[in-house]
Design a protein around this ligand. Structure first.
Ligand SMILES: [Zn+2]
Length: 270
């Protein structure tokens, strides 16, 4: 059996310049982008892709000054509690039902919920990403990768060096550029639920226009704009070959649309 259900989540929002998502965009133009997470029902339980913000770094004034002090980048939490717990609860899934985590990359809006899983479940990432994140301060932190989110000996890392199937029907695809070990995910849906699938770009392509017009991603770690376009082309060719939809990671329209599509597709029969 491959994947039998897809539940995309919104784990918060981020108010930021569009130029973070699209290289060369007018820096005065701003977007409020959703923070993505995805639950996939696989053999063995729920696989969670990405974990959202660490709310302590946003709510505690001193931590906020250090980690979210730039007024150009403002995180928005969806509710008063823990954003991951709230999103899972709204989906009827308990944090304890998550049996594995796949991480696209270590940016603070994706790795901030890892603390829920340390010492509990395997966490799939690329070795290049974790090596960079645990590398010399302050370069990772200057690039939005906060060691406090993942420097925990209790995390059961499963580190890949390139593409790898991390669960039946879920393949991590190396799309470095946005960060040194960014990975995207190809999801094969089981024939029992109608087949087909999705290619989840995450931050290899924030917006639909990154994909449609092959526009370089603005946020990059030691990579050229062209490298991020290469990653987008790679995802487009995988999606075309499989006949799957390619979904951008932070698009204010495409992400809520995916949530609605998946809710319709996997609605309980009445
Ligand atoms: Zn990112």
């Amino acid at each position: 059996m491959t994947v039998r259900r897809v539940v995309p989540l919104i784990l918060g929002w981020e108010d930021l310049p569009k130029s973070v998502s699209v290289e060369g965009a007018d820096p005065a133009e701003r977007l409020v982008e959703p923070i993505p997470g995805v639950l996939l029902l696989c053999d063995g339980g729920w696989l969670l892709l990405d974990t959202g913000f660490n709310p302590a770094l946003i709510r505690d004034p001193q931590l906020r000054r250090r980690f979210h002090g730039d007024p150009l980048f403002q995180p928005i939490l969806p509710g008063p509690g823990d954003p991951l717990e709230e999103a899972l609860e709204a989906s009827g899934i308990d944090v304890d039902d998550v049996t594995a985590v796949g991480l696209s990359h270590l940016h603070h809006d994706h790795a901030g919920g890892l603390r829920h899983f340390a010492g509990r479940v395997p966490v799939h990432a690329q070795r290049a990403e974790v090596d960079y994140g645990l590398g010399p301060h302050p370069d990772p932190e200057a690039h939005g990768i906060y060691r406090v989110d993942f420097d925990d000996p209790a995390i059961d890392w499963r580190l890949a060096e390139g593409d790898r199937e991390i669960a039946p029907g879920v393949t991590a695809v190396l799309t470095a550029g946005h960060t040194p070990g960014h990975q995207s995910f190809v999801v094969d849906l089981d024939p029992a639920v109608g087949g087909g699938g999705l290619v989840l770009a995450f931050d290899a392509a924030d917006l639909t226009e990154n994909i449609d017009h092959e526009l370089a991603v603005g946020g990059r770690v030691h990579a050229t704009p062209e490298q991020t376009v290469e990653a987008i082309r790679r995802l487009k060719s995988i999606a075309a070959a499989k006949g799957y939809q390619l979904v951008p990671g932070h698009d204010p329209v495409a992400w809520p649309t995916l949530i609605a599509e998946m809710a319709r597709r996997f609605a309980p029969p009445r």
